[in-house]
Design a protein around this ligand. Sequence first.
Ligand code: TYD
Length: 143
Amino acid sequence: MKLKEVKKIKLPKIEDHRGNLTFIEGNNHIPFSIARVYYLYDVPGGVERGGHAHKQLEQLIIAASGSFDVVLDDGYSKKKVTLNRSYYGLYLPTMVWRELTNFSSGAVCLVLASLPYNERDYYRDYDEFKKVAWGLTGERKKK
Ligand code: TYD
C-alpha cells in the first residue's frame, strides 16, 4: 500500500540566536532530486487545495509557515497528517490522493517536486485514480 511509503522527514535545523535555518538537499535529505519548487500562500480560511494524485511525481510538502492538514488516501486507506513545523517535511510517493485543508492564517505550503509541471501526470478524478490504484485498469502495472 502506498500510504506505507508516506513519511514525515525531520530536516536539518541550525539553531542560532539570529534565527533558525533549515536546508534540504535532493537525494540526500529526501529520496529524489528536486526539479521544481512551488508554494501556496494567501490561502483563504476554509478552502481546500489539492484533490489529486500523481502518476510519476514525488513530493515533499512543508509548512514553511503556519499549519495545515494533509489528508491522504491510497485507494485502500486514509490518514491525516498535520504539518506545523518548518523543519518537518511530508514525503509523498506516487499514487497518493491528497487534500490540503485547515490552513491557518498566513500559512505557507512549500512543495518540492521531483518533476517539472505536467498536467498529464495528474489524476484529478478520484474514481479514475481509485480504479488504477486497485489495478482495475491496464494503465499501471509496475509499483
Ligand atoms: P492545482 O494543481 O489545481 O493546485 P492544487 O495543488 O491546489 O490542486 O494548480 C492550480 C493551477 O496552477 C493549475 O492551473 C495548474 C497550475 N500549476 C502550474 O502551472 N505549475 C505548477 O507547478 C503547479 C503546481 C500548478
